[in-house]
Design a protein. Sequence first.
Length: 210
Amino acid sequence: MSGNVVTVAIGAFEDLLVAGLGALVEGEPSLRLVASDVESAELERVLRRKAPRVAIVDRASLSSPIEVRALADRFPDTHFVLIADGISSAESAQLLAFGASACLSRGSQARDVLSAIHMAARGLQLAPRTFGPPSGAATGLTEREAEVLAELQRRRANAQIASDLHISVETVRTHARSIYRKLGVSSRRELLAASTGDAAAAQADAASDA
């Protein structure tokens, strides 16, 4: 992106955070703010009309991680930096897997936000250094659920997952159901389709739920 100005849109946050993000973007010569304080209902319209290179969005405004994949698919030229509060490292990893470029805590320093914007503009991903304890929101995965999720995304059968993690097949099924609920999907097929964007391959793996 050297020599080019990166256009940035900012979603709706509380007033002080919106003002701070706006001032940060406007104070950086290589960035140009094209929209600010965009409500969730208006986000897609603004993305279509303004086509920002980077959009900074409040994680709390998204109904589930699946919505990140939907936005990334609909707006492939826009890269999404999510800002969240009390998010677990497992959910952060899942948001990145679903298409986010970065997932930052609300307490991130200005240099970290700018770094995330510039990396996102180049199509790169930036994982956060640290996060506070999980907030207890329905989307936060436990450590064991994160392990099962990783196995599911490797297209491993339940019996293989059970063997690898030294748990029963029924326990794998229980964790899988919890993962689907927390991530806003109803089955392994839908999870894989959202994670990979390959519905045909995901459908072929549906038998692995057994």
